[in-house]
Design a protein. Structure first.
Length: 169
């Protein structure tokens, strides 16, 4: 079993339900969820003209290889309505990224681990700080705490209060 960190995001449809369904699928197909951050509402990164995201980071005890995990993730995303068209920063019902796979550094045609932009994105670092502040980035040799402290991403990341949403309306 490998300790893996994944980022989940959704900005289309019932965003919170999409995150929950993705968690269920991951646990059923990839391994056991060890830790999960709170859910955060975040401004879109890369294209401000799209709906806001709900984001979450999890730690998974995975029984799949890195490429096997990527295949499972892509299958889950397709099953949940994600259509890749080659354009970056498009709205999507679900997005699942591999942040870390143990201390592996991997650069292949299909997969780069650690995620090459995670240290630049507050929507990843804020929830990652919650569950793994001492985890060390294997390429940058910096802890998540240090990467968070050094981050200059100006986009807003705020805790999403699900209990308030459920009580509305």
């Amino acid at each position: 079993m490998a300790i893996v960190f994944l980022s989940l995001g959704s900005n289309l449809g019932e965003r919170e339900a999409m995150l929950g369904a993705a968690l269920d699928q991951l646990e059923g197909r990839a391994g056991e969820i060890v830790a999960r951050s709170d859910i955060y509402e975040t401004e879109p990164w890369g294209d401000a003209g799209q709906p806001v995201f709900l984001n979450q980071v999890i730690s998974l005890s995975a029984h799949l290889t890195p490429h096997g995990l990527l295949n499972a993730i892509r299958s889950i995303e397709r099953q949940m309505g994600r259509r890749r068209n080659g354009k970056l920063f498009q709205p999507r019902p679900i997005d699942i990224d591999i942040l870390f796979y143990e201390q592996l550094v991997l650069h292949s045609r299909r997969l780069t681990v650690p995620h090459p932009l995670l240290h630049q994105r507050a929507f990843i670092l804020v929830p990652l700080m919650e569950i793994a502040p001492e985890w060390v980035h294997p390429s940058l040799k910096r802890s998540v705490r240090d990467l968070y402290a050094e981050n200059q991403d100006p986009l807003t990341v705020r805790r999403y209060h699900t209990e308030l949403r459920q009580g509305e309306g």
